[in-house]
Design a protein around this ligand. Structure first.
Ligand code: GDP
Ligand code: IMO
Ligand code: MG
Length: 424
């Protein structure tokens, strides 16, 4: 068996959590490979909405084992809160959750540094979720980070203090207020809690499972356009959100990657700063935000909204080697009589391109649109053979332009509001 990868093709929040939960019964293992508590993955079933930040979205499926991979940055405090929230559902969390000893730990000063750095950037701020992602990956790459396996060593507290002191020294130059003794005791309490879980050598675990013939789904966080290398730098997150990130974030060879599910919204959203060529700052954008309930799952911030952007989708598909497309939130577009699709960009020098320019951040891009008829009817309860003709035309248009089949259409937040397409 191979590792299938599911990842976002836009700026995150495409609906990864919902689809991982929908697909999880088909998989023995679900594994997160990057990111941390900046993620907010929403699942809905039986009238209850759950938002997961650190825990993989297969956790509600009894037979699925879940792994937090080595590429993840883990905040023990957020983790503890998240586990406690799940307690009332009587899930087999302890038995079904495994954490890589090589995952990096977010310590409280990482969050404070995130705040300090964003504040110092002023108007150029990234719009970070302030969960300590940038500073913790910085320490990982700078070879001074703490890892989950380290918490088992007698010297852990000492090493934690040493790293903390380095950070506190930097923080002296920034105007950030905090109560260190509260943060420290909260953290050490969460570390004791974390010790009770299965801390494993996840690269061995995953490769053994592959040998045994188990099916594995790698769950991406954020989106390809927020990738540290290929996103709109510097307005990106600090990890590899693309398929290659699943290899380094889990210890899986590229030869063992199977399907790559690329998930996208039928329109576009972005939360935080940075370029967004098809952004709508008008009444249509407002309507999209309201209809799609486009408010951040982690921070509650309003998401910026706009039409679908094919040049950037094509770019993401290329980088990731996407083999199947999954289209989310088709129901949200039911309110529009006309639907626009950006097929090309016009650059400030007048040239027209379907490539994403290097100077995306400083370039004033004018999107070139084609218009398609909207379906203008609600999609609640619609099955595959009841898809309105205009939606079928929209899907057909996208499939032709992107040259990849759309195998799933999502028509609402619930597990059941999902159309699996039979391809001819
Ligand atoms: P993720 O980060 O990719 O897991 O996505 P989020 O959970 O942050 O954001 C997706 C939002 O859209 C959540 O509130 C979901 O409940 C919701 N959602 C997912 N699929 C659909 C859909 O097809 N239609 C509608 N209306 N909402 C959806
Ligand atoms: P999921 O997994 C949407 C955005 C932030 C900010 C930038 C950097 O739910 O799709 P960071 O906290 O990483 O320093 O923020 O990336 N961002 C996300 N946007 N969905 C996410 O995750 C995001 N995680 C980070 O808004 O612009
Ligand atoms: Mg999200």
């Amino acid at each position: 068996m191979k590792v299938d990868v599911l990842l976002g093709l836009q700026w995150g929040d495409e609906g990864k959590g919902k689809i991982v939960d929908v697909l999880a019964p088909k998989y023995d293992v679900v594994a997160r490979f990057q990111g941390g508590p900046n993620a907010g993955h929403t699942l809905e079933f039986d009238g209850i909405k759950h938002v997961l930040h650190q825990i993989p979205s297969g956790i509600f499926r009894e037979k699925t084992r879940n792994i937090i991979g080595n590429g993840v940055v883990l905040d023990p405090i957020v983790f503890k809160t998240e586990i406690e929230k799940l307690q009332k559902y009587n899930l087999k969390v302890k038995a079904n959750l495994f954490i890589s000893k090589k995952a990096t730990i977010i310590i409280p000063t990482h969050r404070l540094l995130d705040q300090a750095y964003e504040k110092a950037k002023g108007v150029d701020k990234i719009g970070s979720t302030l969960k300590g992602i940038g500073p913790s990956y910085q320490d990982k790459i700078g070879r001074q980070g703490l890892r989950v396996g380290d918490i088992l060593a007698p010297s852990f507290k000492e090493r934690f203090k040493k790293l903390t002191n380095i950070h506190l020294e930097i923080l002296k130059n920034h105007d950030i207020t905090f109560n260190w003794s509260d943060l420290e005791s909260q953290f050490l309490d969460a570390i004791s809690f974390l010790k009770e879980f299965n801390l494993i050598d996840s690269e061995y675990f995953i490769n053994d499972e592959l040998k045994k013939g188990s099916s594995i789904l790698a769950e991406g966080a954020q989106g390809s356009l927020l990738d540290i290398d290929f996103g709109s730098y510097p307005f990106v997150t600090s990890s590899s959100t693309v398929t290659a990130g699943a290899c380094t974030g889990l210890g899986v060879s590229p030869r063992n990657i199977g399907e790559v599910y690329g998930i996208f919204k039928a329109y576009s959203t972005r939360v935080g700063s940075g370029p967004f060529p098809t952004e709508l700052s008008d009444a249509d954008g407002e309507k999209m935000r309201k209809e799609g309930n486009e408010f951040g799952s982690t921070t509650g911030r309003p998401r910026r909204c706009g039409w679908i952007d094919l040049p950037s989708l094509k770019y993401s598909i290329m980088i990731n080697g996407v083999s199947q497309l999954l289209m989310m939130k088709a129901d949200v577009l039911s309110i529009f009589p006309i639907i626009k699709v950006c097929t090309h960009y016009e650059l400030s020098n007048g040239s027209i391109t379907e490539l994403v320019p290097y100077e995306l951040v400083n370039e004033k891009i004018k999107p070139i649109y084609v218009e398609l008829m909207g379906w203008n009817i609600p999609l609640t309860g619609v099955s595959e053979n009841q898809i309105p003709v205009e939606l079928a035309q929209y899907v057909d248009f996208l499939e032709k332009a992107l040259d990849i089949p759309i195998t799933l259409i999502s028509t609402g937040p619930d597990r059941t509001q999902t159309i699996h397409r039979t391809l001819k």
